[in-house]
Write a protein that binds this ligand. Structure first.
Ligand SMILES: *Cc1c(COP(=O)(O)O)cnc(C)c1O
Length: 222
């Protein structure tokens, strides 16, 4: 089996310039994250608040933590100030709470809006029309301490590569429409799509941030 360092080198070697890598370290022990850090990786993705909070103090200060899981509203307070990017904002209620809490503690929180296009009902996110309406109505102008930096999405979990490609194209289309609608929204430049098994298709459809776990750290033990 190849090492974490070798895996990172291989993935980075395949990523086109301009596409950034989040090493998804959820369910993996801190030792593995340290191996990735030693290989130069600074951006890590976690999907559970408690796990991120447990790992954060054990890693160097310059790690950028991306939160990528469903964020429960009662966990927002603990997470604010710990992340470089919350990629998984899936409702306006959650966004407003993040904003309120960020303002209260005096930080600006960077987020992505998660959009739901996949077949699975279990996946979360804004529906495409809901998300477009949010930006068309310019409701982001009410935010005081939150910066929306782009869109995150997942393709359907299927072997049907045509479907996966269509899902990524749909997410990229929404991202493009928002950018057209709001040319004044500065720093709205991130399209996060693609995981271990489908990132090549995602990049082909315009992703500039991929979230890769298994191909770097191996299988997760839940
Ligand atoms: C776990 C997870 C990933 C990484 O998945 P791999 O298949 O291990 O690469 C990416 N994105 C999200 C939102 C995840 O929850």
């Amino acid at each position: 089996m190849s090492s974490v360092a070798e895996n990172i080198t291989r993935v980075l070697g395949e990523l086109p310039t301009g596409v950034r890598l989040v090493a998804v370290s959820k369910f993996h022990p801190v030792e593995k994250l340290r191996e990735a850090y030693a290989a130069g990786q600074r951006r890590f993705g976690e999907s559970r608040v408690q796990e991120l909070l447990a790992k954060e103090p054990q890693m160097p200060r310059d790690v950028e933590w991306h939160f990528i899981g469903h964020l429960q509203t009662n966990k927002v307070r603990q997470l604010i100030g710990k992340t470089s990017l919350i990629e998984s904002v899936d409702s306006e209620r959650l966004l407003d709470l993040i904003d309120k809490e960020s303002e209260r503690v005096g930080v600006v929180t960077r987020v992505l809006m998660q959009v739901h296009v996949a077949m699975e009902e279990t996946k979360s996110g804004f529906l495409p029309d809901e998300l477009l309406e949010y930006f068309r109505d310019r409701r982001f102008e009410n935010l005081k301490a939150t910066h929306i930096c782009g869109v995150m999405g997942m393709a359907s979990n299927t072997d049907d590569m045509q479907r996966v490609k269509r899902d990524f194209a749909a997410i990229a289309d929404i991202y493009g429409k928002i950018r057209e609608m709001t040319p004044d929204l500065r720093g709205f430049d991130t399209l996060s799509m693609g995981m271990s098994h489908d990132w090549r298709l995602a990049v082909a459809e315009g992703s500039n941030l991929v979230r890769i776990g298994t191909s770097i750290f191996g299988e997760r033990e839940y």
